[in-house]
Design a protein around this ligand. Structure first.
Ligand SMILES: *Cc1c(COP(=O)(O)O)cnc(C)c1O
Length: 223
């Protein structure tokens, strides 16, 4: 339990230091990625005062934050950081405060419909496939202007930010650089980038939120 609190303190200290190194006046928001983590670790993390959590799967998130930790839900900002199937749009709109993985027009359509029924729309980030990996979700960099135009003009939706997951086997910094360039060119304010291995570098490169799992909670046990 104290281990979680130590790890939380360490990550916050690293974020503050990286911000200082970069001459930033602000520090990125810390999104604690709770996917797959056992309940004891979540309890310990909630006790640190950590308020923003990220989840990969709608159903898992519903169980964790809609059932097991439902009592804490109102104090917590919940973000979807994994791919969203359009048939889960209703559930996602009802559960999440932020959806970081908007990446196709079909989703704009189903999310809009879900938001009309629900009465409010989560804040939205557009995921960009900066590495142009065939198997990865995200809008291709070259298609981003067209996608944002459709989002803004056809659906009257304002993207809060851009999000990327750099290819596993490449240096992350060129991807962070590209994402920040794309945000600037397209008038998008926020940047969700950086995970356990590179959140300090992402902070130096302008991340406004970092998504950190294992460095906060310990390794995930998929077994
Ligand atoms: C799992 C996950 C993370 C957290 O990864 P760690 O390396 O454990 O920090 C961040 N972002 C996304 C999109 C993820 O799926």
């Amino acid at each position: 339990m104290s281990k979680i609190s130590d790890q939380h303190k360490d990550v916050l200290a690293n974020l503050a230091e990286a911000s200082k190194r970069a001459g930033r006046m602000d520090v990125p928001d810390l999104v604690a990625v709770s996917k797959v983590q056992p309940d004891e670790r979540i309890v310990a993390m909630i006790e640190t005062g950590q308020r923003i959590y990220g989840e990969n799967r709608v159903q898992e998130a519903q169980q964790r934050w809609g059932e097991t930790f439902a009592a804490h839900r109102k104090d917590i900002e919940l973000r979807l950081i994994g791919p969203l199937q359009s048939n889960k749009s209703d559930d996602a709109v009802a559960l999440f405060d932020v959806i970081e993985t908007v990446d196709r027009v079909k989703l704009l359509k189903t999310l809009t419909k879900a938001a009309e029924a629900h009465g409010s729309m989560p804040r939205l980030y557009v995921q960009v496939n900066t590495g142009e990996e065939p198997q990865k979700s995200g809008v291709l960099p070259s298609e981003l202007p067209t996608f944002l135009k459709a989002m803004r003009e056809d659906y009257a939706l304002q993207p809060e930010g851009l999000m990327c997951i750099p290819p596993l086997k490449e240096a992350a910094s060129p991807h962070f650089w590209l994402l920040s360039k794309l945000a600037e060119q397209n008038g998008v304010e926020k940047l969700s980038m950086g995970m356990s291995g590179d959140y300090d570098m992402a902070t130096e490169m302008g991340a406004t939120s970092v998504r950190v799992g294992s460095a906060l909670f310990g390794e995930r046990d998929y077994g």
